[in-house]
Design a protein around this ligand. Structure first.
Ligand code: SF4
Length: 183
């Protein structure tokens, strides 16, 4: 499989946010999403149209759970590591990507674009892992159906990956436990 390359969006951030406002969920879009989803052929055409538009404008990979509104409209799935929360530790001091030094890290692009639209705080949100069942599905339909509502959450400060609970080593066990384990 070809490695993704950081993609520089083809439209300014301000225009992308304005387009999002036009496409914001309302009763009509909710009805449209349900109508399209009930018709498999129409759904395929609709999804193909979404792919054509977003691939050209944002390098969309069709993950089906669009993070663009929270990333300055720079697609995180074009990060070679597909990091949903970036940048990684490999970004260089000049802002280039560790995988391809000729390209700017997509997360720095996201930061520049979000800041230019006074949306820098969006980058503080914690993006949930991608649900791999949604690849090639329409993110517009998912968005209008309200399935994206928890795609990005405010970081509470709690460790999102608490350490796994492991069984105590034999020496740490209470004598009765040790006796049972040794029988
Ligand atoms: S749907 Fe996924 S792959 Fe496509 S632009 Fe949005 S985040 Fe990127």
């Amino acid at each position: 499989m070809a490695v993704q390359k950081p993609f520089r969006p083809r439209i300014p951030a301000g225009l992308a946010y304005a387009l999002h406002a036009v496409l914001a969920t309302n009763r009509f879009y909710r009805w449209l999403a349900a109508y399209v989803e009930r018709r498999p052929r129409l759904y395929r055409w609709f999804t193909a149209g979404e792919r054509a538009a977003k691939e050209r404008l944002f390098g969309c990979r069709m993950c089906g759970q669009c993070a663009l509104p929270a990333t300055g409209y720079a697609c995180p799935m074009t990060c070679p590591k597909q990091l949903r929360n970036g940048p990684c530790g490999g970004v260089s001091a000049d802002g280039s990507c560790e995988v391809d030094r000729t390209l700017r890290c997509v997360w720095l692009t996201a930061w520049d674009r979000a800041e230019s639209a006074a949306r820098g705080s969006d980058l503080d949100l914690l993006q949930r892992p991608v649900d791999n069942r949604q690849w090639s599905r329409s993110s517009w339909v998912n968005y209008w159906q309200g399935r994206d509502e928890t795609i990005a959450v405010a970081y509470s400060g709690a460790d999102p990956h608490p350490p796994m609970r492991t069984a105590p080593a034999p020496a740490d066990r209470a004598p009765a436990d040790r006796h049972r384990a040794e029988r």
